[in-house]
Write a protein that binds this ligand. Structure first.
Ligand SMILES: Nc1nc2c(ncn2[C@@H]2O[C@H](COP(=O)(O)OP(=O)(O)OP(=O)(O)O)[C@@H](O)[C@H]2O)c(=O)[nH]1
Ligand SMILES: [Mg+2]
Length: 305
């Protein structure tokens, strides 16, 4: 249990990280906590479910370290499919149930997305605007973009332009977040990076491998169910089913002479090995569940409750 229950100077709280699909939310969180836990893709709508990622940070302005529980969320978007409705609901729940919000938008975006977010933040929770991917613009262009947000001054606490590709400036985001956290004992042990269970984390890494190895709609109609993780001292065996929406998608996931499924397996294995630091063996099979993205029962079975 956390050891700081009687220390009234300690800060700890939940920080929802929200923004449109592909804004760079999951990348920013992996970068902030220094470990690849959340799946990332150049394809939009990669994250489907909330994921807590926990940082312990000692800001120079604070007497004690603080515990920040970041909540990664699916991108804010509207679509008809039940899975997409679930995804939006996940993001909206995080907005409604946190102490601070990081609103992320690529620096090149129009401010329209921010205006829409303000309407969604009905509790008026303190928020910081994080303008991502600044490596795409020159310093002058960055200033011009920041100025577009200035007409909303008074709505946000601060604007932080950031690129995860340039330098190690994590403390700029972390110091800013801590200012608005409540005084509260730590909710998790100090060395924990996430409270997500192993199967869920491996699921995301295998999904990332699927996103990397297949094009078009297939990744969006695919999910992963980790059925078993056999953990030994120096190795892990990860058994998982890749769920496809049709027989033809199953064929494409497997590929000619099983080349695609082998590629997915190798890519997933490397990602999991990097995280757990052990030798990993993956055992993947493809299962067809027609219409799963529209079936409440299937969604529940795959963890989207
Ligand atoms: N050049 C550049 N690319 C970035 C930066 N941050 C993120 N990206 C890229 O942006 C793409 C989307 O990143 P994600 O972290 O998956 O975005 P997301 O907001 O979590 O997306 P969803 O989960 O789909 O909502 C990936 O290809 C990242 O590599 C950055 O600072 N600079
Ligand atoms: Mg994401």
């Amino acid at each position: 249990m956390p050891k700081n229950e009687n220390n009234t100077k300690i800060k700890c709280g939940f920080v929802a990280v929200v923004g449109r699909p592909n804004a760079g939310k999951s990348s920013l969180l992996n970068w902030l906590i220094g470990e690849k836990i959340a799946m990332v893709s150049h394809k939009a709508n990669a994250t489907r479910k909330r994921l807590n990622m926990i940082a312990l940070h000692h800001s120079a302005d604070e007497p004690e370290p603080s515990q920040i529980i970041f909540v990664d969320t699916p991108g804010l978007h509207e679509r008809e499919k039940l899975l997409n409705k679930f995804m939006l609901q996940e993001a909206m729940s995080a907005i409604g149930d946190c102490d601070v919000i990081l609103f992320l938008a690529p620096i090149t975006d129009s401010v329209l997305n921010y205006k829409e977010f303000l309407l969604k933040n009905v509790k008026n929770t303190p928020h910081i605007v994080v303008l991502t991917k600044t490596d795409f613009l020159t310093p002058g262009e960055i200033l011009t973009q920041i100025n577009l947000y200035k007409k909303f001054e008074g709505s946000y606490k601060n604007i932080v332009p950031i690129s995860i590709k340039k330098g190690k400036k994590q403390h700029i985001v972390l110091d800013e977040v801590i200012k608005y956290l409540p005084k509260h004992p730590f909710l998790f042990d100090e060395d924990i990076l996430t409270n997500q269970n192993t199967k869920e984390i491996y699921k995301e890494l295998i999904r990332e491998a699927v996103f990397e190895n297949l094009s078009d709609e297939i990744p969006y109609e695919t999910d992963v169910l980790v059925t078993q993780v056999k953990s030994k001292t120096d190795s892990e065996i990860v058994c998982a089913s890749i769920i496809a929406d049709s027989r033809s998608q199953k064929g494409m996931l497997i590929g000619s002479k099983a080349t695609t499924i082998k590629r997915i397996g190798i890519s997933a294995r490397k990602k999991i090995e990097k995280l757990c630091g052990k030798k990993v063996y993956t055992d993947l099979k493809v299962v067809v569940k027609k219409g799963w993205t529209k079936s409440a029962e299937n969604l529940k079975q795959f963890g989207y409750v």
